[in-house]
Each structure stands twice: as structure tokens, then as C-alpha cells.
Design a binder for this molecule. Structure first.
Ligand code: NAD
Length: 273
């Protein structure tokens, strides 16, 4: 995409964290924003922040687990702005528990929020973007979808790995049609995501990716997303260490697993978590 000025973006989970930061970054570069979130009040606040800063935004409550949610977002954007250029499938949720403790219903919930929401979005928006022969899709996955550093968040990692794969397939399909695809794979970012964390089974030590990964400010991620759309780049890992870990794993996958077991990067003991 040559410029973000005059474009229209729909961002789910835009009331907080990475979604909000991206909304602010795109708006500052002239994009009109549909702030979509299950938290209607917080979505209104973000739309207000954008307007106060001189941008153009509306808030729209939505639950991405509803089958018609994305059709409603599309209708709202076309009604208010007359076009859709950028779709960012960003809202997501986290769950924690040992593999033998996370129940099937929780797996279904996490896959519904993190994975099937992307499928719903594709069904609603691909016909429109393909017909206009332009646009950009940003799917928020996670570095947890590229490499596994913890065994107590498998539903989350699996859902995000699936988002990476779907995104790569979409890039193959859509790039020749003039539509860009970016998969955002954040490392640790300072957001409210832990507030929605659900835990199953007895408390366990919480494994993290290790001290090499800084806790990044969401504003930095928002700027990275805006730049990736302009550059039409597919893979967007927020932290340089993600690439280093992937190269390390590709060279010696067994050694990568053994090194993680030996150095478990426990960031919080069960009693403190
Ligand atoms: N923060 C991190 O360290 C990190 C790392 C990797 C990936 N991510 C991913 O980034 C994305 C954004 O998360 P964040 O960290 O900004 O968290 P956040 O909690 O700050 O923001 C998530 C937003 O999504 C909204 N939301 C949740 N469920 C929804 C639903 N069903 N329908 C509509 N909106 C819903 C929430 O209300 C919230 O405003 C998620 O997909 C998350 O998995 C975050």
C-alpha cells in the first residue's frame, strides 16, 4: 500500500493493547478507523481519543465469536466510510493449565476466539477485497505460534500456529490479486492480556520465553504494523530475538528442546503467579 492516508481500517480488539496502539498509529497517518471490541465503552473511549487527536474513528461493539460479527462490521464500515482497505484480526484470548487439565470446552473456546474468528473475517471480507483488487489483512498471531517456550498454554499456541499457517496461505492466494497480508507475531508486549487469563488445574510454575525478551510498549508495535502495511511485508516479529530463536531451532530442533528444558525460564513460581 503506497499510503495510509484516506484509507479505512477495521481493527478488532482495538479498545486495548496492541489493537488500540495500531488504531492510534494508523489514524495518525490519515486512516479512518472502525474501533471494534467486545468492550463497548472502552471502544468508544479509543474512538474519542482518535477524534480528539484530529483523526476519524467510530466505535462498534462486536463479539468475534459470533458468526455474523464480521458481516456487521463490514456493513458499518461501508455505511460510515464507504470503503474498507485494511482488516486487522487482532482480538484474542489466553488460557493456562497443564495439558492434562485444560478441558475440551476451553480448547473449543480458545480456538473459537483466536482461530475461527479469522475464518469468519475471511468469509466476510475476502469477497469485498478481491472484488476491489486492493487492501491489506493483518492477522495477529504470536511468537507462541512460531515456537513453543511453555507447555501450559497449548491451546493458545496451537490457535496462533494455525493463524500463522492461514496467513501464509492467504499471502500466496491474495498477493497476486493486489491484496497484502501481514502476520503479526508479537513477543511480550505490555497490554491487558493477562487480565483475561483463565487458569485450569492446580497452580504451576509459569514459564516465560526468557530474559532476552523485553516487555515492549504497544505503541512501538502499532508503528511496526503501520510500517509493515506500507512495505507489504508478510512476517512481522516484534522482537529480533524471535528470529534468532527460529534460526537456532531450525539448525538443531532436538537441541532447542533440550536447551529449553535445561533452562526453563521460570518467571513466576506457582505461589506468586
Ligand atoms: N500482549 C502480548 O504480550 C501478546 C503477545 C503475543 C500475541 N498477543 C496477541 O495480541 C492480540 C491483542 O492482545 P493484547 O495483548 O493487546 O491484549 P488486550 O487484552 O490488551 O486487548 C485485547 C482486546 O480484545 C478484546 N476482545 C477480547 N475478546 C473479544 C471478543 N470475543 N470480541 C471482540 N473483542 C474481544 C478485549 O476486550 C481487549 O480490548 C491478541 O490476539 C493476543 O493473543 C499479545
Amino acid at each position: 500500500m503506497d499510503s495510509l492516508a484516506g484509507k479505512v481500517a477495521i481493527i478488532t480488539g482495538a479498545a486495548s493493547g496492541i489493537g488500540r496502539a495500531t488504531a492510534l498509529s494508523l489514524a495518525a497517518r490519515g486512516t479512518s478507523i472502525l474501533v471494534a471490541d467486545i468492550n463497548a465503552d472502552a471502544a468508544k473511549t479509543v474512538a474519542g481519543e482518535i477524534e480528539t487527536a484530529g483523526g476519524d474513528a467510530i466505535a462498534q461493539p462486536c463479539d468475534i465469536t459470533c458468526d455474523n460479527a464480521f458481516e456487521a462490521l463490514k456493513d458499518k464500515a461501508l455505511d460510515r466510510f464507504g470503503r474498507v482497505d485494511i482488516v486487522m484480526n487482532n482480538a484474542g484470548g489466553l488460557t493456562r493449565g497443564l495439558p492434562e487439565h485444560v478441558p475440551l470446552d476451553e480448547w473449543r473456546r480458545v480456538l473459537d476466539v483466536n482461530l475461527l474468528s479469522v475464518v469468519r473475517s475471511n468469509l466476510a471480507f475476502l469477497p469485498l477485497l478481491i472484488a476491489q483488487g486492493s487492501g491489506h489483512i493483518v492477522n495477529t498471531a504470536s511468537f507462541a505460534g512460531l515456537m513453543t517456550y511453555a507447555f501450559d498454554r497449548l491451546a493458545y499456541s496451537a490457535s496462533k500456529a494455525a493463524v500463522v499457517q492461514i496467513s501464509e496461505g492467504l499471502a500466496l492466494y491474495l498477493r497476486p490479486k493486489g491484496i497484502g497480508v501481514t502476520v503479526l507475531c508479537p513477543g511480550p508486549v505490555k497490554t491487558n492480556i493477562m487480565a483475561s487469563l483463565r487458569t485450569f488445574g492446580p497452580p504451576t510454575d509459569t514459564r516465560g520465553p526468557g530474559p532476552a525478551f523485553d516487555l515492549m510498549e504497544p505503541a512501538e508495535v502499532g508503528e511496526q504494523v503501520a510500517d509493515a502495511i506500507l512495505a507489504n511485508s508478510f512476517m512481522l516479529p516484534t522482537h529480533a530475538q524471535i528470529r534468532d530463536h527460529l534460526i537456532d531451532r531450525a539448525g538443531d530442533w532436538d537441541g532447542f528442546i533440550d536447551r529449553q528444558i535445561a533452562d526453563p525460564h521460570i518467571v513466576a513460581r506457582a505461589a506468586d503467579a
